[in-house]
Ligand binder design. Structure first.
Ligand code: ATP
Ligand code: MG
Length: 259
């Protein structure tokens, strides 16, 4: 199962959400950093011995193999284990590197979507028509858009959902699109407003739930603070969206909204 996490605009929390989603994923999973603007994972995460990750081992080394015609099914040599025990595929350091490997993305995306025995969560960063990771979106079992409860953010999200609805999954049929709202727990209105907006415009996206706006726990995820966040609002909220995400990816779109 391949789940792509992305945003329409701004920095709503894609990397944070994708990392946590992969951390609480119930089956064997790999986290892939495919942010075309340059990945944050190799800058933020640490190995199990608290050393920095090697930025050259990941998408770049995998793309080099793919370019030489090697199969993408044996990912292990390109993965690095982070201190939480999560296996990650580091991203590129710059947009220029991303442009350089653009020709092999279709091969890499197909390989990731068919990884034996492992699910894949991909941080795609901001997406749009010029996105180098378009092949990842079309190969994904579900594309999750992360958004904050702001009028302009909802407007950009709507446009991106409209665009995604015109793409075709590489397995045929429409893409399964889910939406995750990063909002404060006491904000009970925004999720309903978002659901209504998408329904009113007949946009084919499922609002999957709310990720807690929890700056202190997000700081821990980014390595700016050190403490346990297992019982934080953020981790608890991400645990609650895992099953809706997996159901969306497994069924291709017919999941009940949480509102
Ligand atoms: N659920 C959350 N609650 C509070 N703060 C958050 C949450 N998720 C992310 N943040 C904070 O918001 C900022 C952006 O987060 P993040 O890097 O995850 O966003 P992004 O969408 O990946 O951004 P970019 O497009 O720049 O890669 C960071 O300071 C992060 O700590
Ligand atoms: Mg990011």
């Amino acid at each position: 199962m391949l789940v792509a996490v992305a945003s329409a605009k701004g920095a709503p929390g894609v990397t944070t959400t994708a990392r946590l989603l992969a951390s609480v994923w119930p089956t064997d999973v790999v986290l892939v950093d495919a942010d075309g603007a340059g990945g944050d994972l190799s800058l933020l995460a640490r190995t199990e011995s608290r050393a920095p990750l090697d930025p050259d081992r990941g998408i770049l080394s995998l793309a080099a193999d793919a370019r030489r015609g090697l199969h993408v099914d044996g990912l292990d040599e390109h993965l690095q284990r982070t201190d939480g025990g999560l296996d990650v595929l580091c991203g590129v350091s710059s947009p220029e590197q991303m442009t350089g490997i653009a020709p092999v993305w279709p091969t890499v995306a197909t390989g990731l979507a068919n990884l034996p025995g492992r699910d894949v969560v991909v941080d795609c960063g901001r997406i749009g028509p010029a996105s180098p990771v378009l092949p990842v979106l079309t190969a994904a079992d579900a594309v999750l858009l992360v958004v904050r409860p702001r009028l302009e953010a909802f407007a950009h999200l709507r446009e991106r959902v409209r665009w995604l609805s015109q793409l075709h999954s590489s397995r045929g049929g429409p893409l399964a699109v889910g939406v995750l709202l990063v909002a404060e727990g006491r904000d009970r209105r925004s999720l309903g407003e978002l659901t209504q907006l998408l329904a009113h415009e007949r946009l084919p996206a499922t609002v999957l739930g709310q990720v807690a706006d929890d700056p202190r726990a997000a700081d821990v995820v980014a390595g700016r603070l050190s403490r346990s966040i297992q019982s934080s609002l953020l981790v608890r909220s991400v645990r609650q969206i895992v099953e809706p995400v997996r159901t969306l990816a497994a069924t291709g779109g017919t999941v009940r909204t949480t509102v």
